[in-house]
Design a protein around this ligand. Structure first.
Ligand code: NOJ
Length: 450
């Protein structure tokens, strides 16, 4: 059997994924406002590799038609992308920028005319800078800002967009941004980060409820980055360390959305350290508003080990010697399967899953010829799609797979270093060239009709 010969259920979404800031460019064109990422890269604060910016990115803003021709050629039937809040509302609230609405109308129509279903993320980290000046996610007003923005999007695009994602990777723009201080606004205040995370979850639930009240006949969910931290040994101290590591990172959000509470150990340690903000238990009623699907971004797993005094919570992330993909990401398709089974169990199989991101970047930079012959990506994809195939055959309700990414693009603080695309982009000429993996994906998609 060739490694793409796997049959998925009828109607399965075979897509690719991108995000506005990483591909669009045109950062200040046609009335677009400034986002916190625009500000961050222009600050030259040393956080972004080689001080690169996505001012031009891959110039998708001017090239989306030909980019979608490539996606059509590959045969994908879905495409996940995000809306730049600042194109639609330059200041985050207030006046609407009609040119921003026009742009996304053209994008949506261009996809539909090619038989590609749009899967739209409302927020993929590029918060309007004016809202950051008002406190960003730390200000509970953000719930109203986000609802107002979402309402404008549903009203303008909801007739054609039937898949919505509220927030992408909540961990990255709350804990990683306000706690660890890596992503903008680069604040290091863990208590504030927990507040932001809580506000973002309430904003999500509020928008899910609101969307359902509109009866537009579509589906809405969230895209969570789930990086399971497995104990390095059976030692109860390592087991507890892994539990704390999960609860103070990605599974903080998962636990709230699925179980309507914050992880017990996380609450305990944060209370002991006086960094647990006051939480209104009534908020969990909003947070747990039922999603129509759960979006899962999966790339790797990690191992946690108890080390007294290490970091804030006495644990260390340690390598197990598995093969590495990007940087220190350990390849773990078995961990992916275990995660999917856990999701099914925790949700009693009642919430369908869409894989909203999964993909590969080599750890090192390579010449273009080597980039195009990306057998290592093909291996990664076939392992992970193989897991999905198996999980579906075992009865899991998985509706789609959005490969990250359609095109090489701007990888946040890593700049243009990592290349996740199945289509190569020459950053000097902006020329697009299909990589071998895009033909592999095409074969898999074509195989569905054989
Ligand atoms: C997570 C993010 O959603 C996306 O923006 C990023 O580029 C990929 N994963 C790869 O790191």
């Amino acid at each position: 059997m060739k490694n793409y010969e796997m049959k998925f259920p009828k109607g399965f979404l075979f897509g690719t994924a991108t995000a506005a800031y990483q591909i669009e460019g045109a950062w200040n064109e046609d009335g677009k406002g400034e986002s916190i990422w625009d500000r961050h890269v222009h600050d030259a604060n040393g956080k972004v590799s080689r001080n690169e910016t996505a001012d031009v990115a891959i110039d998708h803003y001017h090239r989306f038609e030909s980019d979608f021709d490539i996606l059509k050629e590959i045969g994908t039937n879905a495409y996940r992308f995000s809306l730049a809040w600042t194109r639609i509302l330059p200041d985050g609230i207030g006046e609407i920028n009609q040119k921003g609405i026009d742009f996304y109308n053209k994008v949506i129509d261009a996809l539909i005319s090619r038989g590609i279903t749009p899967v739209v993320t409302l927020f993929h980290w590029d918060l309007p800078a004016s809202l950051q000046e008002k406190g960003g996610w730390a200000n509970p007003e953000c719930i109203n800002w986000f609802k107002n923005y979402a309402e404008i999007c549903f009203k303008n695009f909801g007739d054609r967009v039937k898949y919505w994602i509220t927030l992408n990777e909540t961990y990255a723009f709350t804990f990683f941004a306000y706690g660890a201080g890596f992503n903008p606004p680069c604040i290091k205040d863990f208590k504030m980060a927990i507040k932001c995370a809580h506000n973002a979850l309430v904003a999500h639930g509020t928008v899910v409820k609101f969307y359902h009240s509109l009866n537009q006949g579509g589906k809405i969910g969230i895209a969570l980055d789930l990086v399971p931290k497995l104990p390095i040994s059976d030692d109860p101290k390592d087991v507890e360390a892994a539990e704390i590591a999960n609860g103070t990172t990605h599974f903080f959000f998962y636990e709230a959305l699925i179980h309507g509470r914050y992880p017990e150990k996380m609450v305990k340690v944060c209370t002991e350290k006086h960094i647990m903000p006051e939480i209104n238990p009534e908020d969990f009623k909003i947070i747990t508003e039922k999603c129509d699907f759960l979006g899962v971004n999966f790339y790797y797993t990690q191992a946690a080990k108890y080390v007294e005094g290490a970091g804030r919570f006495d644990y260390q992330i340690t390598a197990r010697g598995l093969p590495l993909t990007m940087g220190d990401w350990e390849l773990d398709p078995d961990g992916f399967l275990a995660l999917l089974k856990k999701l099914k169990e925790d949700t009693r199989g009642e919430i369908p899953i869409i894989i909203t991101e999964n993909g590969f970047s080599p750890a090192d930079r390579r010449p273009k010829e080597q980039e195009l012959e990306d057998d290592n990506r093909i291996e990664y994809l076939s392992l992970h799609l193989g897991v999905l195939h198996k999980a579906i055959n075992e009865g899991l309700d998985i509706r789609g797979y959005m490969l990250w990414s359609a095109f090489d693009n701007f990888e946040w603080n890593c700049g243009f270093g990592p290349r996740f695309g199945i289509v190569h982009v020459d950053y000097d000429t902006l020329e697009r060239t299909r990589k071998k993996s895009s033909y592999w994906y095409q074969n898999l998609i074509e195989y569905q009709d054989k």
